[in-house]
Design a protein around this ligand. Structure first.
Ligand SMILES: Cc1cc2nc3c(=O)[nH]c(=O)nc-3n(C[C@H](O)[C@H](O)[C@H](O)COP(=O)(O)O)c2cc1C
Length: 382
């Protein structure tokens, strides 16, 4: 299938501006914000953009291919869609829009435990190709049940998360009463009234729910009780004791997301994991932390032959993907970029954003004379 992008929105920034116009403020701020003073959020992109690449104009060139093999699967491009919670609140039906687009483009889509579509539904839409991100349940019986569902849904890769030992401190969400779960205050309702496309789509698709978690939630919870349920049900702090049983149980590939140090990378290898995503949750957890591009190069250099090293946080364009791959990532993920696309263009947003990123990345590869994704590191200017 030929995919093209809408020429009115030729950058992620264009999508972000349009999304802001169409989404209620509380939803846009939940998506767009970092934590505390947004220092880490801003650094992610600005420091990534300090990476510079060298072209080889006079070398013979047989054409460039975005195809990338990851965990024995061939994907059409070296980027995928990161897990994002509450997607249906930001744009109605967003997880299904993105899962379908990812499937059609043959790139990975990672479903979050706390998003608004279920493992089973997304597996059906993607013919078992979607990955699943597990928030760590406090009870081992719940953990085992969710893992069995991911296995039955044929998820090839399970992603566990180590960078949410506490909820990030996010002033906008606190102000908006959106510190998980969402609160429909009068202020928020007024914001919705000014966003007709969002409101109409919400009527069409209904109030978003935590579909994967529904079977475990007592019926008729009000919002306050829901918050308590989430707090009691999940316990984000990971350690060897919690990871070992998951490794024993999960027969597919197991990836840990949120690694930002050599110590954690070494622990992941020791525990027999298959991959790490060098990530700081898009700057939403530790404002005083490093950008992800900083530790990436040395982690990839030191551990890249023992474990698959991937990266997310701050990537907003094809050149950004190229910078990350040149710095040693084997694969990249983006969270906000795709959600801006859906906020801006609704149903077309997934296809548009993937097509745009592919076109940008293809241009960079041809410009550099980089034929294969694995050749990117040869273009890094040290
Ligand atoms: C609104 C929002 C919600 C998120 N929810 C989750 C989540 O439920 N699980 C998870 O592993 N990561 C979550 N993340 C982090 C993303 O998976 C990813 O690490 C981050 O978005 C990458 O940074 P980027 O947005 O700059 O691309 C979330 C990020 C955003 C922006």
């Amino acid at each position: 299938m030929a995919h093209t992008f809408n020429t009115k929105y030729p950058s992620i920034d264009d999508l972000k501006i349009k999304a802001q116009k169409r989404m209620p403020r509380f939803a846009f701020e939940y998506l767009d914000g970092g934590c505390n003073e947004d220092v880490n959020l801003i650094r992610n992109t600005s420091e990534l953009r300090e990476v510079q690449l060298k072209p080889n104009y006079l070398r013979s060139h047989q054409g460039s291919s975005l195809k990338t093999s990851l965990f024995g699967i061939e994907y059409a491009a070296p980027f995928g869609i990161a897990p994002v919670g509450l997607q249906g609140l930001m744009w109605p039906n967003a997880p299904e829009i993105l899962a379908k687009a990812a499937f059609q483009h043959n790139i990975p889509f990672i479903l979050s435990t706390v998003t608004t579509s279920s493992i089973e539904r997304v597996s059906e839409l993607t013919e078992g190709k979607a990955w699943f991100q597990l928030y760590h349940p406090a009870e081992s019986s719940l953990r085992d049940d969710i893992i069995k569902r991911a296995e039955a849904a044929e998820c090839p890769v399970l992603v566990i998360l180590c960078d949410v030992p506490t909820f990030g401190f996010r002033p906008r969400d606190i102000r908006n009463g959106l510190a998980m779960p969402p609160k429909m205050s009068i202020q928020n309702v007024l914001q919705v009234l000014g966003k007709p496309a969002w409101a109409l789509n919400t009527l069409r698709y209904g109030q978003p729910n935590f579909e994967t978690l529904k079977p475990y939630m007592p019926k008729g919870l009000d919002l306050k009780q829901l918050g308590k349920f989430m707090d009691q049900t999940f316990s984000g702090r990971l350690n060897a004791e919690r990871i070992k049983p998951i490794r024993d149980m999960w027969k597919g590939k197991l990836v840990i997301k949120g690694v930002a140090s050599h110590e954690d990378a070494e622990e992941a290898i020791r525990l027999g994991l298959d991959g790490i995503i060098v990530s700081n949750h898009g700057g939403r957890q530790l404002d005083a932390g490093e950008s992800t591009i900083r530790p990436l190069e040395s982690i990839a250099q030191k551990y890249g032959d023992q474990i698959t090293v991937m990266m997310d946080s701050g990537i907003r364009s094809g050149p950004d993907v190229a910078r990350s791959l040149a710095s040693g990532a084997e694969f990249t993920f983006m969270g906000r970029s795709f959600m801006y696309g859906v906020g801006a263009l609704g149903k077309q947003g997934g296809d548009h954003t993937i097509s745009l990123l592919k076109a940008e990345l293809q241009q960079v590869m041809e410009q550099l004379c980089c034929e294969k994704v694995s050749d990117f590191p040869n273009h890094l200017i040290k």
